[in-house]
Write a protein that binds this ligand. Structure first.
Ligand SMILES: [Fe+2]
Ligand SMILES: [Fe+2]
Length: 320
């Protein structure tokens, strides 16, 4: 297990010196974590300026201190998002940080009611942010490289999926939350796949690919057993790799036999995967991803009507 597991990155922008809890802070230097400030000392405005001057974007805390930090982050989120003196980039950073923290905890214990409650609050913030600020999607990408891929990916897919639903389906708020929960957890089943396969830098063998493909069904079965998740959320988790022409998995479902939200999630999932750096390839630009996906849509992969809507949402924001 990599030692990165014991530390969590916090965007320096999130730290309000007056309110930030007293926990030990670390800097990452050449792969090592070096103590920056012990818990006896508070983080001051001067510290913040010093870090900004040295272009330090992230500070690290021990995983064990995350609960304290999360309480601070969750409590300050509403205030931070309402502040007019912060750029949308700074707000995006902070929201993204809180969302990723929340997804990490959800992945650790998805059935715990407190985690579920926290993610509901976050989904509301996330939706309000992406729906009201045209620069939101851009600013949500920034922290990506500093967290494990799967958590950043989950938050990005959720943001897009919520935006699509909000703009084009008139869902009651409860159902929108269920779409958010399903999107946050859509790849949860990956936690059942061994890390050798997950982190492999080169192409997967047939057997490895077969294993990875099980994540949709495994995630679904696990969530279903907890009895905490709605059909809408469960469908997103189980069917986000179905393809409109029936060539997907696990069910090989076709057309509208795939739930509407899972069809949307499939589009958002592929787009987010293509536009993020991976170990084995560089990210595509958003425009390149749309072009590649338009071709896949012609070949039958995605619901063409939904893809057109999706492409419009992205183009509006690329140009914004
Ligand atoms: Fe997936
Ligand atoms: Fe995914």
């Amino acid at each position: 297990m990599s030692k990165d597991r014991f530390w969590r990155a916090i965007s320096v922008d999130c730290i309000n010196p007056e309110l930030f809890p007293k926990v030990s802070l670390f800097l990452k230097s050449g792969g090592n974590y070096v103590l920056y400030k012990s818990h006896e000392h508070s983080f001051t405005e001067a510290d913040r300026r010093r870090l900004e001057r040295s272009f330090t974007e992230f500070i690290y805390v021990r995983t064990g201190d995350m609960q304290t930090v999360n309480e601070y982050l969750d409590a300050s989120l509403t205030d931070v998002l309402a502040r007019e003196d912060l750029s949308s980039e700074a707000k995006g950073n902070i929201l993204y940080q809180s969302s990723v923290n929340c997804v990490v905890d959800m992945f650790e214990a998805p059935e715990v009611a407190a985690n579920l409650g926290r993610s509901r609050t976050l989904i509301k913030h996330l939706l309000a942010f992406v729906a009201s600020d045209p620069n939101a999607l851009k600013s949500l990408g920034v922290i990506a490289a500093n967290n494990l891929y799967i958590f950043s990916h989950s938050v990005q897919v959720t943001a897009l999926c919520l935006l699509f639903h909000e703009k084009h389906f008139n869902l009651p708020p409860d159902e929108l939350l269920d779409v958010g929960i399903g999107s946050l957890l859509h790849d949860y089943g990956m936690t059942f796949i061994s890390s050798e396969v997950m982190d492999k830098p080169d192409a997967l063998s047939k057997i490895e690919y077969y294993k990875v493909k099980q994540h949709a069904q495994l995630g679904y079965e696990f969530m279903e057993r907890t009895g905490q998740f709605s059909t809408i959320a469960l469908n997103v988790i189980r069917h986000h790799h179905e393809r409109y022409d029936g060539n997907g998995y696990p069910g090989g479902l076709k057309g509208d036999a795939i739930s509407r939200s899972a069809q949307v999630a499939a589009i958002c999932d592929v787009f987010c995967a293509l536009t993020m750096d991976r170990v084995y390839r560089k990210a595509c630009s958003q425009a390149e991803a749309l072009t590649a996906m338009a071709e896949e849509t012609r070949q039958g992969a995605f619901n063409p009507e939904f893809f057109t809507i999706f492409a419009e949402i992205i183009k509006e924001r690329i140009e914004a």
